[in-house]
Design a protein around this ligand. Structure first.
Ligand code: AMP
Ligand code: GLY
Length: 429
């Protein structure tokens, strides 16, 4: 079959690459893609933006695309899957109604409360005076979240009243995120270790992908501002087999059952951001309606099954009894970013060393890159995600960083401690 992936980041490079290795797949197209997808055999870039629904559907019809997979959340929240369905095309991703799990944090919190799924206690506000009074009563620390999509920047964990009030004022006035911030969720601060749990869903049945963990903070030791993610690894040792079973039983299955009962069955990748509390229980921090970035890169590095076939089975409501095969090894991905990211950064710097890395137990997924003639140049904040595979986390980390050391461009920046928690766990064993 022919498959179309929409998006142009590291997640989409990993998706397109893994799809292209499936025996059911004859060709993969990526719209718009990046230099990494342009350089892959069997993958073709198409110059159409992710939000141009009509042109993407026209292309899919003209090219005879059998399956479309959407990388980023915004088109799904805007009804991409519904639009493709209306145009008679098969798209693996949640409907607009189901994507509300990510599109509205107030919806997600209400949903979790209605169905008794473990999450931080919260209250939703549109009124500044009421929200401030709540914060004063509740005490610190406290977490304030813009309701709508805010490109990963809509969450403030406030450790002072001044910080909390400034966040509430900026969001509710519309100054910070426009309409996405005019409603806020104020919730209890959860202590613990974060982990990502992603499942492939067919509306009724969820097939879990391998667990993973990312590093959102910009600098070593999880310091500095939040980013889209500076690195990730799979599996996440914090998710024991027993906890995995409880997450499926108490969170993932009730979420699918709840969405179906509310008339919005969930089909697509469901990303559950979890906090594993010191007592070893998992609570939902957030839902995303797509794969994680950079979690997808190490996860898909380990997937051995035919991904397109699994997505088609999901579209046919046929996941019951299915399973996915995984490489037993750990995959660990290090994001190489532009100097200045997540603040201001320059683009257009030529990247060297990419060809040296080829052929090791390692794969370089491109994110913000562009082909200029034969040269690969930087074209975004997160530029590459270099993934190593190893028998242990320590070995995977060693492979990834050896490759990172061969790659260079002006002002490149990366964290030097991706996987440190898992490495420390491994050393204790
Ligand atoms: P979200 O966009 O909801 O994933 O939030 C972004 C980040 O804020 C999460 O990855 C956590 O690191 C942090 N966060 C969100 N909610 C909470 C919470 N209730 N307690 C502690 N940290 C949180
Ligand atoms: N890495 C976090 C996310 O994709 O939302």
């Amino acid at each position: 079959m022919k498959v179309l992936v929409t998006g142009g980041g590291g997640r989409e490079h990993a998706l397109a690459w893994r799809l292209s290795l499936g025996s059911s797949v004859s060709a993969v197209y990526v719209a718009p893609g990046n230099a990494g997808t342009a350089l892959e055999r069997n993958i073709h870039n198409v110059s159409i933006a992710v939000d141009d629904f009509p042109r993407l559907a026209d292309f899919a019809h003209k090219e005879g695309i059998d399956l479309t997979i959407v990388g980023p959340e915004a088109p799904l929240v805007d009804g991409f899957a519904d639009y493709f369905k209306e145009r008679g095309l098969r798209c693996f991703g949640p409907s607009r109604a189901a994507a509300q799990l990510e599109g509205s944090k107030a919806f997600a919190k209400g949903f979790l409360q209605r169905h008794g799924i473990p999450t931080a206690a919260s209250v939703t506000f549109t009124d500044l005076v009421a929200a401030k009074a709540h914060v004063h009563r509740h005490g610190l620390p406290i977490v304030i979240k813009a309701d709508g999509l805010a490109a990963g920047k809509g969450v403030v964990a406030a450790h002072s009243l001044k910080e909390a009030e400034a966040a509430l004022t900026a969001m509710l006035s519309g100054d910070a995120f426009g309409d996405a911030g005019r409603k806020v969720v104020v919730e209890e601060f959860l202590e613990g270790e974060e982990s990502s749990f992603i499942a492939l869903c067919d509306g009724r049945t969820a097939l879990p992908l391998a667990s993973s963990q990312d590093h959102k903070a910009a600098f070593d030791g999880d310091q500095g501002p939040n980013t889209g993610g500076m690195g990730a690894y799979s599996p996440a040792p914090v998710i024991s087999a027993a906890l995995h079973a409880r997450i499926m039983a108490r969170i993932v299955r009730p979420t699918l059952a709840g969405m179906a009962a509310e008339g919005a069955p969930y089909t697509g990748f469901l990303y559950v951001g979890l906090m594993v509390t010191p007592g070893g229980e998992a609570k939902v921090i957030e839902f995303n309606c797509r794969l994680g970035d950079p979690e997808a890169q190490p996860i898909l590095m380990r997937l051995q099954s035919d991904l397109a076939a699994a997505c088609c089975a999901a579209l046919d409501e046929g996941l019951q009894g299915q399973s996915l095969a995984w490489d037993e090894r750990t995959a660990l991905g290090v994001v190489m970013a532009a100097g200045g990211y997540p603040g201001q950064y320059a683009k257009g710097h030529p990247i060297t060393g990419l060809d040296i890395v080829q052929g090791r137990h390692c794969k370089v997924f491109h994110a913000g890159t562009q082909l200029t003639g034969d040269a690969v140049v930087s074209n975004g904040g997160r530029v590459l995600c270099v993934v190593g595979l190893g028998k242990t986390v320590t070995a995977a980390q060693g492979k990834a960083y050896a490759a990172v050391g061969d790659i260079d461009w002006r002002d490149v920046r990366y964290r030097s401690d991706i996987g440190y928690r898992a490495v420390a766990r491994e050393k204790r064993l």
